[in-house]
Design a protein. Structure first.
Length: 36
């Protein structure tokens, strides 16, 4: 899942489209769930 972290960091989050932000947030939350 290292690639997911890199993708989130490399993505210009503030400038990302609304749909992309929601998608990244969903993936990030899902990733957090796998850690707990």
């Amino acid at each position: 899942m290292k690639s997911l972290d890199i993708m989130i960091v490399d993505t210009p989050y503030c400038f990302a489209p609304e749909k992309l932000r929601k998608l990244l947030k969903w993936f990030f939350l899902a990733y957090i769930q796998t850690l707990t």
